[in-house]
Structures are given as C-alpha cells and as structure tokens.
Design a binder for this molecule. Sequence first.
Ligand SMILES: [Ca+2]
Ligand SMILES: [Ca+2]
Length: 125
Amino acid sequence: MHPGVGYYKYHSKKLSFDAANKKCAEEGGHLAIINSEAEHQIVRSLLKNDSAYLGFHDRIKEGEFITIFGEPLAATGFTGWVKGQPDNSGGKEHCGSYYPKYGLNDMACEKEMPFICEYDLSWSE
Ligand SMILES: [Ca+2]
Ligand SMILES: [Ca+2]
C-alpha cells in the first residue's frame, strides 16, 4: 500500500499477457500502468529477477503503444524504455513489460511471465 500513489501487487505466477490481465481483473484491478516517477520506483522495487507484464501494448497498430485503457503510452507520464527497446523482436513483440533494473520492454504476448497488478482503492481515501 502506497498512500497517494496506489496499491500494487507482484504476482510471481507466470501467465500470458491476457491471462495476467484477467487475473488482475478477477482481483478488482488491472495490469499496472506507471504514471509517475514515484510509481516507477514502487514498481521497480516489487520486481524480482524476471521481467513482468505491465498494462500497455501495441497490438492494434504496430509501434503505437497504448495502455489497456486505450490511452497513448506517451500520455501516462512514464516512457522509460530499456535502451534499444521497443524492438518488436521477431516481428511479434506487442505486449508491455518491465525488465528488472532497466525499464520498459516489448515482449511476445504469449510468453508466460510474472506480472504486476494495480488496484484503485478509492474507498480507502
Ligand atoms: Ca510490436
Ligand atoms: Ca523487446
């Protein structure tokens, strides 16, 4: 719990992007979207050694990354890609992740990875 920023949970269970987002939804949340440097540091601190899914993708139009709510990634307030990313490796990397210690990376959506959910706990304010 991070008052004023949000509530985040790291899931070590490895799932595909869609399965991960479904799991977050079942818990009343969504795949995490980083909106500030403060959120970035929280997300970064939750990560282990594996990459983890976050809530953005370019599945609608290649190279145009948007959040799971359809907003441009550039409008979220955080676009700290790993150097050389996004690279759309193999022509099939369309889902957003965070590479531990470094930043954002595009990954194949079917790959099963840990993920971070974000919950909007407005009742706690
Ligand atoms: Ca892509
Ligand atoms: Ca990539």
